[in-house]
Design a binder for this molecule. Structure first.
Ligand code: ZN
Length: 303
């Protein structure tokens, strides 16, 4: 029988996957359209992307449900399909492994607005949306849930609670940090530093503390975040940095850090104690394949 995700992390470092959003755009999704609806209308395209990650050696694949809460889906008139979209996403990610053991991580991204009193959404609205999404992902068989690209502790808490109440076997909290203008440190848009976020995740019952995306957060900054997390908590740490900085080329957002450049950061991340290493915006199956090789080489050297 497949060990649980947390048990597997006791044995070895796991490889995550790469970007979904930028891959969907390459497959023809237009900016601003609903990529999550493709789980229902173009499942073969989502499957093909995730299969490439599985073939590149990913141990964990995130479901294509970043904007899969009813609040986000409502922007596209798809709120009523929230449960179907999330359930389909788990089945597609599972199928991508082709019968091999792998971990499907149900993805919950930000709800896309601000909580009262700064914005229009009550805590109850967000709690209900996250609960519905988390339940659909868990009922469909996700091995874990990640609450990702978070910048505020209030929203993170609602996500972690929803995932726990849904019975998720493993809950991952993942923050998006921005490197400060002087380059000396990094914190979220809402001013949360990594130590505070990590302690908050542990206090609220997350099983894995993570970071993803952000601005200026390259592999070296991800390594620094791992070190800073591990100073204050004893949870496993997961990282998914972007493939470099977004640049605007011909009105399109491009990420241009190559697999060769990015993979140099893998061994230092392993040495810092990262337990799951994947990548976020702009990364491709080639990046993940390079990571696979680097993780395997590192494990051979340390055995
Ligand atoms: Zn990203």
């Amino acid at each position: 029988m497949k060990p649980s995700l947390l048990d597997a992390l006791q044995q070895r470092t796991l490889l995550g996957d790469g970007a979904m959003g930028t891959q969907l755009m390459l497959a023809g999704l237009e900016q601003g359209n609903c990529g999550e609806a493709w789980n229902l209308i173009h499942p073969e395209t989502v499957l093909a992307i995730q299969k490439r990650y599985a073939d590149a050696g990913s141990d964990c694949i995130l479901t294509n449900t970043f904007g899969g809460s009813r609040i986000m889906l409502n922007r596209h008139g798809n709120a009523g399909k929230a449960v179907a979209i999330n359930r389909a996403a788990v089945a597609i990610a599972r199928e991508a492994f082709g019968g091999r053991d792998g971990y499907v991580i149900g993805d919950i991204g930000p709800f896309g607005g601000l909580l009262e009193p700064y914005g229009d959404f009550s805590e109850q609205d967000v709690r209900e949306a996250f609960s519905e999404q988390a339940r659909a992902l868990v009922d469909a068989g996700a091995d874990a849930i990640i609450i990702e690209t978070q910048t505020s502790l209030e929203e993170l808490r609602l996500g972690i609670e929803a995932a726990r109440e849904a019975g998720a076997p493993c809950v991952i909290g993942s923050m998006a940090y921005d490197v400060t203008r002087d380059g000396s440190t990094f914190r979220t848009m809402m001013g949360i530093d990594p130590e505070r976020a990590a302690e908050f995740m542990q206090e609220h019952g997350a099983h894995i503390a993570a970071l993803n995306c952000g601005t200026g957060m390259d592999m070296e900054h991800a390594r620094q975040a791992v070190v800073r997390y591990r100073k204050v908590i004893d949870l496993p740490v997961m990282v998914q940095p972007n493939a470099g900085q977004p640049k605007l080329v011909n009105m399109k957002v491009v990420y241009d850090e190559t697999p060769e450049e990015m993979v140099r950061g893998v061994a230092p991340l392993l040495e810092a104690g990262a337990s799951i290493i994947g990548a976020c915006c702009g990364s491709t199956p080639d990046h993940i394949s390079a990571f696979r090789h680097a993780i395997d080489c590192h494990e051979k050297q340390t055995v």
